[in-house]
Design a protein around this ligand. Structure first.
Ligand SMILES: Nc1ncnc2c1ncn2[C@@H]1O[C@H](COP(=O)(O)OP(=O)(O)OP(=O)(O)O)[C@@H](O)[C@H]1O
Ligand SMILES: [Mg+2]
Length: 498
């Protein structure tokens, strides 16, 4: 069988250091091929070579057995190869429909036309996104849906999904898998990158694992198990470390009430919600996308403004607060670790050290007036080691890091501020299984040190694993509260949906 897409001896070097080294990879017609590996293994780089985003340093790409030279993603798209990126590539100032029909010159200029077409098209995919909404107003999950819709719209023969599900809720994931199956039935060939190994096992026909830029193994999915994938990814068995269950977890007793939110409202998204967060405890918040979790957190931390009248009360250690900018919140020790790292998380063209140091300066953690280079390097090194950020050193620019390692920098930048209350919004999105353990340990330690921690997550195992208590959010308000060790996935899901 001639593969529909193939790369032979694919190598990509950055400043002489290989991100991908001599990799052979084939995509067969009509298959779903999962590409797995730790953060920084080279998955995105390999697929970018297959979709015209990155030019290989060495090696050739073949489409249906014919050698292919693509200089741009648009060229690849015209040959039927589409990529849905890990970091969104949408134009934020345009609407959803405009983004989907962006390269459609004939349609693009007739707004009414594309809104009607967009509405029908999105509905056919079962995506609940308003075609007239500005992309900048969407949450991460909805942006991902628009990206997927755009690839499907272009009738691509090959679609590469780089972590498509990390921003989706369980229900949306189910829809997405149905969509993948539909595309496969239509003869579309799919590369699927994910850190959710269960998903890869469930949906793919074949699996390839990469490690340190190199090919480790390719085989039929039926021949893999979760543990087998993990040992291929990390080069050793991690099963004991990763399968930590919430059963044997000690439950922390609530300290003083650090955050108290009463009858908070923001437009129609947060509706009269009330909840508290206590010192020395992890409070988990679960809810579907659109349930107002992120928005409530953003109001508390000064990223968004609450309604002027009847907006409710927010108290920090009993004192009424109303932040207009995140800076004032940070000064008081209230920190929001964003779910949308590309936009709010860091300055992408600055180095890792500079980003972390900016965090330190914002939190008043350093006495230096202006920038103290030595201190900057020392603080950065401490965090790079603590979180195991994979980079040559602290001088690497954040934009050059793999997705999961960027997430670690976002977390470091927040924690260096010595917070009193930390709100993590989807802290392990796009992070590999090993690093999830590291980040979870870190969050646990924060609570042990007496900090009040709120973790917003759409990933139920994460909520259960971390939380001492769990709040469930539905349609803009907290509807139920559980003790962390006394509940299970079904109960929480039921509360979130009904
Ligand atoms: N533009 C760039 N400049 C320099 N180095 C880069 C660049 N892009 C990627 N790299 C490096 O190449 C390596 C592989 O990165 P890549 O993004 O392909 O990993 P990944 O497997 O997709 O990881 P993740 O799961 O975190 O998304 C990393 O060490 C990364 O730092
Ligand atoms: Mg990647």
């Amino acid at each position: 069988m001639i593969p529909i897409l193939e790369i032979k001896n694919g190598t990509k070097e950055y400043r002489g250091i290989p991100a991908v080294k001599d990799v052979n990879f084939t995509l067969n017609p009509g298959e779903v091929h999962a590409l797995l590996g730790e953060n920084g293994a080279g998955k995105s780089t390999l697929t970018k070579m297959l979709s015209g985003v990155v030019e290989p340093t060495k090696g050739e790409v073949y489409l249906n057995g014919e050698k292919l030279v693509m200089k741009t993603p648009l060229e690849a798209l015209s040959k039927g190869i589409a990529m849905v990126y890990q970091e969104t590539s949408l134009v934020p100032s345009l609407t959803v429909a405009q983004n989907i029909y962006l390269t459609d010159d004939k349609k693009f200029h007739r707004l009414r036309g594309i809104y009607i077409a967009g509405q029908q098209f999105l509905q056919s995919l079962n995506f609940h996104v308003d075609p007239t909404a500005l992309v900048s107003s969407l949450g991460a999950g909805q942006k991902q849906m628009v990206e997927i819709a755009r690839a499907v719209h272009h009738k691509a023969k090959v679609i590469i999904f780089d972590e498509p599900t990390s921003t989706l809720t369980p229900e949306e994931k189910e829809q997405f898998f149905l969509l993948i199956n539909r595309l496969r039935d239509q003869g579309v060939s799919i590369i699927f990158i994910s850190h959710a190994l269960e998903e890869a096992l469930e949906i793919s026909d074949r699996i390839t694992v990469m490690r340190d830029g190199q090919h480790v193994v390719t085989d039929m999915t039926a021949n893999f198990t979760r543990d087998k994938i993990i040992s291929a990814m990390v080069g050793r068995s991690l099963s004991g470390e990763i399968h930590g269950s919430s059963q044997d977890k000690k439950v922390r007793i609530a300290g003083e009430k650090v955050l108290s939110v009463q009858n908070l409202s923001m437009q129609n998204i947060v509706r009269n919600t009330s909840f508290s967060v206590f010192a020395g405890q992890i409070t988990g918040m679960f809810g579907l996308i659109g349930s107002g979790r992120t928005e409530a957190a953003k109001v508390v931390s000064g990223v968004l403004k609450r309604n002027l009248f009847h907006g409710g009360q927010v108290r920090l250690n009993g004192r009424s607060i109303r932040y207009r900018v995140p800076r004032s919140a940070v000064k008081d020790g209230v920190i929001y670790v964003t779910e949308d790292r590309k936009i709010e998380g860091f300055f992408e063209t600055m180095s890792i050290s500079e980003n972390i140091y900016l965090g330190a300066l914002a939190g008043g953690r350093t006495k230096a007036k202006g920038v103290n280079m030595r201190e900057m390097k020392a603080i950065a090194k401490q965090w790079i080691d603590a979180l195991n950020v994979k980079a040559i050193n602290g001088d690497a620019r954040v934009i050059e890091l793999s997705g999961g390692n960027q997430q670690k920098v976002v977390i470091a930048k927040a924690l260096v501020q010595k917070p009193k209350l930390v709100i993590f919004d989807e802290p392990t999105r796009g992070v590999d299984v090993g690093a999830i353990v590291e980040i979870h340990n870190l969050i646990d330690r924060l609570a042990d040190e007496g900090i009040a921690v709120l973790v917003i997550s759409s990933y139920l195992p994460e909520v259960l694993q971390l939380s001492d208590r769990i709040l469930v959010c539905r349609q803009g308000r907290i509807v139920e509260e559980f003790e962390g060790h006394k509940t299970d996935e079904e109960t929480i899901m039921y509360a979130a949906v009904h």
